[in-house]
Every structure is written in structure tokens, then in C-alpha cells.
Design a protein around this ligand. Structure first.
Ligand code: AMP
Length: 364
């Protein structure tokens, strides 16, 4: 295994806040970064050594990008698989296109979880209104959730179905895209495992994180999650099995629903993100190695860093839309870490920044 030395250039597909925080972590370790993104005002550009503004299917731009970098990674899973395959003919891409293809499709990721012995919500592949109606008539239990198989995030491309008569209205929201029907999970909480697998197969996970959403967008993450130790350990084992099966290299997230059944918690895998994740932002200030540095280490073929918490616990609160205007109050509060993404335009629902805090006691 050859580790990339400081001075090498890491190419990052995607120029959002995740790319920005990856580029900042890479710079600290002495790497250069080159961001490739279609949007001219990408937040990652101003902290990177170089950037290319081009579409993900622009082969001429991808070819020069490949020449300028030593390894490529991505901060966004909706990159076309063909883009990753094109780059992989020239340079290593970590994680590889197999991991991306699995995580891009909700049926593939749930099938993989089940194959490895993890529970998921019941699900059925839905390709048109006819198959949706047929599934509901055949007894697929309501309430259920219909989601697009691909390209969904923050609750976009989702519709709840309370009774079979709502099939048509739900299908309309899918814009005729291949979809997945899932049984609605009455969860007690939502948790995620942020973990990494290195080039030599070493695995390291952070403390399981508990996540609270508002309007389908992550609002608050706190670690460690309030889970029995054996259930937390089980979540990490599931993440390790998934990463091992995929031969994964880099940081990833597995999101779970926690369901209380007869007084005992059970885990249901919801989805996988083949990248650094919003619920891992607390690691920047709360863990020995941030998820961003950990990803750069894995992609560069370096050993993974310690995932240990620096305090009894840590929390992250997203600054969505106008929340970012509170920055003067936030920076005046001792022990609070502000992360501002530098986005020029404030829009409702847009992730503008986040705040981290260390906790003196583990969440009870
Ligand atoms: P997803 O895009 O799958 O992460 O879904 C976004 C959010 O919608 C989740 O974090 C849950 O809060 C909710 N959700 C999604 N799927 C289900 C489900 N099958 N049952 C209950 N809630 C769900």
C-alpha cells in the first residue's frame, strides 16, 4: 500500500460544505485539493488550491482534472456512476463506483443490509402506479412511505401513504421515477454510525450519534446516542459488515431507526451515505480526529486516526436559513464552535453552517 505524501493533490467531486470541510482538513495535513463542481459559486472553492467548474459528464474537463490530481473522492452521492468510472480509468477513486452504485439506490442498500443479517423496514420496488396499487391491494401495510429509489435527500422525493386510496397522489410526487415503498417505522429515535475503513481494511467507528430532524432536515446530533451498550455495539458491527462487504475506503454513514419492542431496542437500517455526513459534524471539535480528516487519511492511504470523544459528549446544531444570522450571539457564547459555510445567499431550508458544543456529561 502506498500512502500519498503531503504535497499530493486530492480531487474532490462536489463543492458544497462537505467538500469545503474536506479541503480544510486536507490542507492541515499538507495536501492540495482540487474541487470539481458544476456550480460557479461552490462554497468549497475558496478554501481549495484549485477548482474546475464543469458538468459531471464533461469528459474533457474530467480528463484534465484526472491529470491534475493523485486520487479522487466525492462529497456528494448523486454523482453519475459514469463520472466515477471515467476517472477510475486514470486515477484511483475512493470510495469506488461499486460503493457509490449501492448507496445511490435505496433498494440496493436495503438488500445489502438484509443479506448481511440486519433488519430494515419491509419494502417493495415500485416502477409505476400499477405496481404501487398492486402492492397495496396485496396487503402491503399502511401507513407506508413511498420514496424515489435514487436522488432523494432531506425528505425530498417522499410521500406518506395512510391508506391505499392515496396511491395516486403519492405516485404523482415521484415524477414517474423508479421508487421504493417502505412500511412506516414507528421509531423511538434515529441514530447513525459514522465510520471509516482504510485502504488496508482497518475499521474505526465514532460513538453512535443520535439525530433529531425538523421538517425532514437534520436539526441536532448528539453523541453518544442514548442506547444500551449492546445495541450501540450492534449498530457498529452492522456498519463494519457493510463496509467490509463493499471493500469500502473512506468515511461513510449508516442511518438507523431505533424501535422499542417489548422494552428492548431494535435497529432497522434506513440508509447509507458513501461520504462524510451531517450527523458527523460534531467530530470536528468533539473527537480526536474529525470525520473530514479521517476521510482524507483513508483516501490518501494513511492509517486512520483515533475516533475517541474528547469530552463526555458532543452536540451539533445545524444553522438552517436565517439561523445563520445569529452568528454574533453564537460566537459570544464561551465553549461554542461556529462553522460558517460562507454561502452567499441565505435561503429557507438551506444548510448555512452549524454549531458544535462539548458536553460535560453524556446525554441522559
Ligand atoms: P430518508 O431520506 O430515508 O433518510 O428519510 C428522511 C426522514 O424521513 C428519516 O430521517 C425519517 O425521519 C423519515 N422516514 C423515512 N423513512 C421512514 C420510514 N420508513 N418510517 C418512518 N419514518 C421515515
Amino acid at each position: 500500500m502506498t500512502a500519498l505524501p503531503p504535497g499530493a493533490t486530492i480531487g474532490i467531486l462536489g463543492g458544497g460544505q462537505l467538500g469545503r470541510m474536506l479541503a480544510m482538513a486536507a490542507a492541515r495535513l499538507g495536501f492540495h485539493t482540487h474541487i470539481f463542481a458544476p456550480e460557479a459559486d461552490s462554497p468549497a472553492f475558496e478554501v481549495a488550491s484549485a477548482f474546475t467548474v464543469a458538468a459531471y459528464n464533461d469528459e474533457a474537463a474530467l480528463a484534465s482534472f484526472a491529470k491534475a490530481i493523485d486520487v479522487a473522492t466525492y462529497e456528494f452521492e448523486n454523482i453519475p456512476a459514469a463520472t466515477v468510472d471515467f476517472l477510475a480509468r486514470h486515477i484511483p477513486v475512493r470510495p469506488d463506483s461499486n460503493a457509490l452504485a449501492t448507496a445511490q439506490d435505496r433498494i440496493n442498500e436495503k438488500s445489502l443490509a438484509r443479506k448481511l443479517g440486519a433488519a430494515t423496514a419491509n419494502f417493495a420496488a415500485i416502477d409505476d402506479l400499477k405496481s404501487l396499487k398492486a402492492a397495496l391491494e396485496a396487503g402491503f401495510a399502511c401507513p407506508a412511505v413511498l420514496k424515489t429509489r435514487r436522488f432523494g435527500y432531506d425528505g425530498k422525493g417522499q410521500a406518506k401513504i395512510l391508506e391505499p386510496s392515496e396511491a395516486e397522489a403519492a405516485w404523482e410526487k415521484m415524477s414517474n421515477q423508479p421508487s421504493i415503498l417502505e412500511s412506516f417505522v414507528a421509531f423511538r429515535s434515529e441514530v447513525s454510525v459514522i465510520a471509516a475503513r482504510s485502504l488496508d481494511g482497518t475499521f474505526a467507528a465514532y460513538d453512535v450519534t443520535e439525530n433529531e430532524h425538523r421538517d425532514h432536515i437534520l436539526h441536532r446530533s448528539v453523541a453518544p446516542a442514548r442506547l444500551a451498550p449492546d445495541v450501540a455495539a450492534e449498530a457498529i458491527v452492522i456498519a463494519q459488515k457493510i463496509a467490509g462487504q463493499l471493500g469500502y475506503v473512506g468515511v461513510f454513514a449508516i442511518e438507523f431507526f431505533v424501535v422499542n419492542e417489548s422494552g428492548r431496542d431494535r435497529l432497522f437500517v434506513n440508509e447509507m451515505a458513501p461520504r462524510v455526513h451531517n450527523s458527523g459534524h460534531w467530530t470536528i471539535d468533539g473527537a480526536m480526529t474529525s470525520q473530514f480528516e479521517q476521510h482524507i487519511r483513508a483516501v490518501a492511504g494513511w492509517p486512520l486516526g483515533s475516533t475517541e470523544l474528547k469530552a463526555a459528549g458532543a452536540e451539533m446544531i445545524n444553522l438552517i436559513g436565517n439561523d445563520i444570522l445569529d452568528w454574533p450571539t453564537i460566537v459570544a457564547e464561551p465553549g461554542t464552535f461556529l462553522h460558517h459555510y460562507g454561502k452567499k445567499e441565505v435561503r429557507p431550508g438551506r444548510k448555512m453552517g452549524h454549531v458544535n458544543r462539548l458536553l460535560l456529561a453524556a446525554p441522559a
